[in-house]
Design a protein around this ligand. Structure first.
Ligand SMILES: [Zn+2]
Length: 111
């Protein structure tokens, strides 16, 4: 997955205006059960491994992001007191829908 950030990013709400929340799981769930507006965090022994979410554009693709810094490419997760996640850097689909967005405090911010 290629990452790029742009200073020209605009913020607007798209098809799913409700916020994303997180759900912690010990292992990767069946991809069929992945709900929109939920980011599944695979966590074991207090270590984060993966963040899994459905693409917010509505294409139904499931996006898996490594949270483990043992990988060359990984994302950093932070969570507000209300359970709203932020993932940095931005998330970009390099095939299919080519969506490019940030997840900030549970909101999708399109680039
Ligand atoms: Zn998509």
């Amino acid at each position: 997955m290629k990452i790029s950030s742009s200073i020209f990013c605009r913020s607007f709400k798209y098809k799913f205006p409700s916020k994303y929340k997180i759900k912690f799981l010990p292992k990767t769930p069946s991809l069929r059960i992945i709900k929109k507006n939920l980011v599944y965090i695979i966590k074991n022994n207090d270590k984060y491994y993966w963040a899994i979410l459905r693409c917010p554009c509505g294409c139904k693709n499931v996006i898996s992001l490594s949270l483990s810094d043992s990988k060359d490419l990984y994302w950093t997760l932070s969570v507000t007191d209300y359970g709203y996640p932020t993932l940095t850097p931005s998330i970009k689909q390099i095939k299919g829908c080519y969506s490019h967005f940030y997840l900030k405090n549970g909101d999708i911010v399109w680039c």
